[in-house]
Design a protein around this ligand. Sequence first.
Ligand SMILES: Cc1cc2nc3c(=O)[nH]c(=O)nc-3n(C[C@H](O)[C@H](O)[C@H](O)COP(=O)(O)O)c2cc1C
Length: 188
Amino acid sequence: MSKELSSPAFGVLDLTPPLLDSPPDAEGLRSALRLLAGGVTIITAGEGDDRTGATVTSATGLSVDPPRMLVSLNHTSSTWPVVERYGHFCVNLVGPHHQALANQFAGRGGLKGPERYRGAEWTRLASGAPVLDDAIAAVDCVVEEVLPRHGHVLVIGKVAAIRSRGGQSLGYCAGRYVPIPESSVFNG
Ligand SMILES: Cc1cc2nc3c(=O)[nH]c(=O)nc-3n(C[C@H](O)[C@H](O)[C@H](O)COP(=O)(O)O)c2cc1C
């Protein structure tokens, strides 16, 4: 639908966004996917000095019955070998107050491995993977299956424990973090 705005200086302005057909290549797909709002999670794995993790938008529920999670990790990510070695990972759902932590786990500022855990409290549930104490929810998993595809590893996790606290969640869209209103589940 076309949108118009009257302006004394310019007459009638057409504010309809232009339609853009892109080639079906990496650049075209990248610019289309910028428009997809993703939920921000922090994937954690390992223990002690052997801990690391990554901020991802690719984590999702694969199935609730049976309870299974799915995450796509870049094959070159420092997190994948640790997930593979320990056979576990935790999907920590984060809120707007975790933006700095999300940047740490995205490797911004050059922090590596256990340094990414700075500034937050951590615990463990069933699988042994680090769990963010004040995550809005944490889904703790043991690795069930791994599918290497196109430079990524699709990791399927069997859910071993779930902890939920509720609160606003953090999204990522068009290259920025965006707060997502609190889930109505926790508003009664
Ligand atoms: C919002 C956001 C979403 C991301 N999603 C993914 C993802 O789904 N899979 C992935 O492998 N990396 C993803 N990344 C990149 C990783 O966070 C980053 O590459 C990693 O933590 C740093 O790589 P390193 O551990 O090898 O240093 C994302 C980064 C950001 C900021």
